[in-house]
Design a protein around this ligand. Structure first.
Ligand code: AMP
Ligand code: MG
Length: 354
């Protein structure tokens, strides 16, 4: 079976070039660079290359605190670290575990977004991700009957949360891969803001979040990867203070002996990689956590259900790419969206029927 690790790139044009990949060595590095305009930290955490860039007098103190916070979140949320809260929940054989507010916030968000998206977001799929080999790189195509029996242990409503005490049924395992990075970028921005930073941009494995505007007062330009040629971009959007978070089938996948590609976003309906008409979903909104949860969920919902969801709950903007190679972007991006690809790009209006 051939194995491939693919690369995601979202770039802040003219400011930063971000390249990241999903699964890499487990060591964490922190490189500090400071010049007269900006300070930068490169961090490897959560299996992700992260770049944090902040401007102004308080940039260094804010970034140092933000890096500490990333490391704290990693130690709480890692699904492999024996001492993490997630590992303790997964190993508890149905018993209750005391958790931090971070874990509680993520669990509550995972539950509510699962409900809102008809179960498309499901943090109980970890055993299925393991079965496919997405957690180890030892990829294989599981038998459908094995997946069917594993899917019986993925009922999100069985996660019990009371105050800061959490339990999941015996044989269940959870992971926050779909939303941890969005929460982390929210936390980085909170810390930078508290430190008096007014202008910053971070990329966590291609998930971009900005604080304020660029130091010259202009908007940030964020490029979105072409899912069919992941070393290229397909469009650029201009944003003020926003999270711009992408889920794509090119981010982590392998090619099976049958010549088909299998990727890391799983459809809770059958335990197979979600293949419902979309190859990339980018969500643009105020909360990194909401955008991250939605990017995964709408990827699973697919086309046109993702559009129906946006019409009901349009507090965010999005850019979709269909399996057929068409781009759709929501009307809030009109005027700030530039198509740099040869694909067609159509605007979605709230008022239109899909
Ligand atoms: P993202 O890149 O934010 O779309 O998150 C993908 C990650 O979320 C995967 O690597 C898995 O860890 C996890 N995951 C896969 N499928 C789902 C799903 N349907 N619901 C929730 N988490 C998922
Ligand atoms: Mg996500």
């Amino acid at each position: 079976m051939r194995k491939r690790l693919n690369f995601v790139s979202l770039m802040i044009l003219g400011v930063l070039a971000f390249t990241s990949c999903g699964a890499q060595a487990s060591s964490s590095t922190d490189k500090s660079v400071t010049n007269s305009d900006s300070s930068v930290r490169d961090v490897f955490a959560m299996d992700t290359f992260m770049t944090l860039k902040a401007y102004g007098d308080n940039a260094d103190s804010g970034l140092d605190e933000a890096v500490e916070r990333i490391q704290q979140l990693e130690s709480e949320l890692s699904v492999t670290d024996e001492n993490s809260e997630i590992k303790k929940i997964n190993n508890a054989s149905g018993q209750s575990v005391q958790v931090s507010n971070d874990v509680k916030i993520l669990l509550e968000k995972a539950e509510s977004k699962s409900e809102e998206t008809n179960g498309a977001l499901n943090i109980c799929l970890y055993p299925i991700l393991k079965e496919w080999g997405f957690t180890t790189g030892e990829y294989k195509i599981p038998e459908q009957n094995k997946l069917d029996s594993m899917l019986k242990n993925t009922d999100v409503s069985k996660i019990a949360i009371s105050d800061n005490s959490v339990s999941i049924p015996f044989d269940y395992q959870i992971d926050f891969g779909a939303l941890a990075k969005g929460y982390t970028s929210d936390e980085i921005m909170r810390i930078l803001r508290e430190n008096g930073v007014e202008s910053a941009v971070v990329s966590l494995g291609g998930n971009v979040q900005t604080l304020g505007k660029k130091p010259d007062g202009s908007n940030w330009k964020v490029a979105i990867t072409d899912p069919f040629s992941p070393d290229k971009d397909m469009c650029v959007i201009e944003v003020g203070e926003k999270a711009v978070i992408t889920s794509g089938n090119y981010e982590r996948f392998f090619t099976g002996d049958d010549g088909k590609n299998y990727w890391h976003i799983i459809d809770p309906k059958d335990g197979y990689p979600a293949d419902n008409g979309l190859v990339s979903v980018t969500i643009i909104g105020d909360s990194g956590l909401d955008c991250d949860a939605l990017s995964t969920a709408l990827f699973v919902l697919g086309y046109p259900d993702a559009i129906d969801h946006w019409r009901k709950d349009s507090f965010f903007d999005m850019v979709l790419v269909t399996t057929n190679g068409e781009i759709f972007y929501t009307e809030g991006l009109e005027g700030s969206f530039t198509n740099t690809s040869s694909m067609s790009a159509e605007v979605l209006k709230i008022a239109d029927k899909s």
